[in-house]
Design a binder for this molecule. Sequence first.
Ligand code: NAD
Length: 247
Amino acid sequence: MLKGKVAIVTGGTRGIGYEIVRKYLANGAKVVLFGSRKESVDKALAKLKEENADWEVDGMYPALTDAAEVEKAVMDVKAKYGKLDILVNNAGISQSTKIYDYTAEEFDKVIDLNIKGVFYAILPAVKIMKEQGGGCLINTSSMVSISGQPAGVGYPASKFAVNGLTISLARELGPDKIRVNAVAPGVTKTDMVAALPEQMVQAISARIPLGRPGEPEEVANAFLYLASDMASYVTGEILSVDGASKA
Ligand code: NAD
């Protein structure tokens, strides 16, 4: 489904991002995964190469909260592969702090990565895509961008912003043949969920109509669809993959 395409996936070393990388590689794309540390990037690359030595996968670890570093990394991908078809902005952190305990620094942390990090990667990517005649941006939102959540307000606030970027950029970039979509996962079995208080996970899971949390691979399938030509007329969409949790 992605034969010949070049993709960047941020936060591609584990969880949902890692499954997106695997899906894209298995469907013929060349992928550069961005992680936060050299060790985790090397580990993910080794695991992927072990699964299939023919997969064309590379890794980088720019600080996503540093606009200049991200720009350089994206431009390096273009220099190496000659183009950039797909940018997946998936790296993100969550929070569950009660409002009375919040600090400005903690709020800044989630905003810096989940919003500014997304924006910084988009800036160089859309210039490349416009010049080459099109491309595709996919952002990782969350179910809480629709429902909100009862603690850690910085996290849903950041994902509401991701939806705003997605819908607005779809309108602005349509004429340049750049599609912009987001996937809004529900509770998905990754390290992020393992880090949440057990009580919070149980309360959320009990309300999932499909009766279980999602698997990272089930979420990655939506990223495959949106990146592929099957979604050629889909843009400005926030696609929920949440077992109807927010309904
Ligand atoms: P995870 O913690 O397993 O993975 C997060 C990824 O982001 C990792 O690859 C990590 O290296 C990267 N990352 C974290 N901080 C970073 C930083 N400062 N700089 C660069 N990279 C950084 O989490 P996940 O569940 O796979 O989450 C992936 C995305 O899915 C996030 O945007 C998250 O908000 C979203 N999401 C997850 C769930 C869920 O239930 N797991 C639900 C809704 C949305």
